[in-house]
Write a protein that binds this ligand. Structure first.
Ligand code: ADP
Ligand code: TRP
Length: 321
């Protein structure tokens, strides 16, 4: 089974990214041949400063390795190190109806949020389809927000196979994480890099603690029971706690006598401790930038070998060779 997924280097990774995308990817690397990549071409639609893009790519690479990506198990690479993906994207474009892209939410959402409506933003799902189809992927773990892009990918593969012969492209299956559907941000909205409401996976202790303390709460007096329904503190705590710890936390809310400051401190401790090992590994990796490059280069070489086989098959099927 080949598992493939990508993450855009468009900012500091947060715990929404971790529970929604990274953790499922890391868990799956045990179950098959994983291909995981840093979607830097995709990020060009949102990051315009070259130095910033380089920094984000490096950070995402370090974050993934620190969080447990094992380069001996998973092929880990940068999207742009396999430029063949653009050729497949072009071929897919030639059979992609405009209506299919016009229906995609992400283009509408992003332009509504102020992104300039350019061609790359519109064609984004075609490049994503190429990412997936170029590696004969079986399973693609993604968050709910990417579900529609997987449907586009399957549609395009079906169209290619209908026109150029069965077996030209392999049909992938999405693996959507329903359980951790949406991690709330500090303000209760969906946690996102662009809403200024995120808890990053990594950062200085003082800064992260301050963020947790910023979570808005009501004015229930210390001694009174606190409402559990819709509590952001509880929803976030649940991600880090064992079942027993979570039950205790509920009791602390319901029994009263524990102020919001204390409850937030418990949340902070759980969050900080959860990433302790990853933080230690990250510190070591930061001292060895050369090792990161070696891992990504070796990954690119392996990815490229697979990509060449698939692209040759497609080039032949469509009549380019
Ligand atoms: P952001 O909204 O912060 O820009 P991205 O759109 O880059 O995040 O998301 C990358 C992946 O991380 C998504 O496909 C999704 O699976 C996951 N993800 C992002 N935010 C959340 C969240 N709040 N809850 C659960 N998963 C999330
Ligand atoms: N669009 C995905 C996101 O924003 C990132 C991505 C690009 C991706 N290519 C992919 C994910 C291929 C899975 C498979 O999160």
């Amino acid at each position: 089974m080949r598992i493939l997924s990508g993450v855009q280097p468009s900012g500091k990774l947060h715990i929404g990214n971790y529970f929604g995308a990274m953790k499922p990817m890391l868990d799956l690397q045990q179950q098959g041949e994983a291909f995981y990549f840093i979607a830097d071409y995709h990020s060009l639609t949102s990051v315009s400063d070259p130095a910033t893009l380089r920094e984000y790519v490096r950070d995402v690479a370090i974050d993934f390795l620190a969080c447990g990506l094992d380069p001996n198990k998973a092929v880990f690479f940068r999207q742009s190190d396999v430029p063949e993906v653009n050729e497949l994207a072009w071929i897919l474009s030639t059979i992609c109806p405009m209506g299919l892209l016009e229906r995609c939410h992400s283009y509408k959402d992003k332009t509504a949020r102020g992104f300039s409506p350019n061609h790359a933003l519109f064609a984004y799902p075609v490049l994503m389809a190429a990412d997936i189809l170029l590696y004969d992927s079986d399973v693609v773990p993604v968050g709910k927000d990417q579900k529609q892009h997987l449907e586009v990918t399957r549609d395009l593969a079906i169209k290619i196979n209908e026109r150029f012969g069965d077996g030209t492209l392999k049909l992938p299956e999405p693996r959507i994480q329903e359980a951790t559907a949406v991690v709330p941000g500090l303000d209760g909205q969906k946690m996102s890099k662009s809403y200024d409401n995120a808890l990053p996976i990594f950062g200085a202790q003082k800064k992260l603690r301050k963020l947790v303390m910023k979570i808005p709460t009501d004015s229930t007096p210390v001694e009174d029971p606190k409402p559990t329904e819709g509590s952001i503190i509880l929803q976030l705590y649940k991600l880090f706690a064992t079942e027993g710890e979570y039950t205790e936390m509920i009791a602390a809310f319901e029994n009263g006598g524990c102020g919001y400051g204390d409850l937030k401190q418990r949340l902070f401790d759980a969050y900080w401790n959860y990433f302790e090992k990853a933080r230690d590994r990250r510190a070591v990796l930061e001292e060895n930038p050369q090792q990161i490059d070696e891992i990504l280069n070796a990954g690119a070489e392996k990815a490229r070998q697979t990509a060449r086989v698939v692209l040759d098959r497609v080039r032949h099927a469509v009549g380019l060779v």
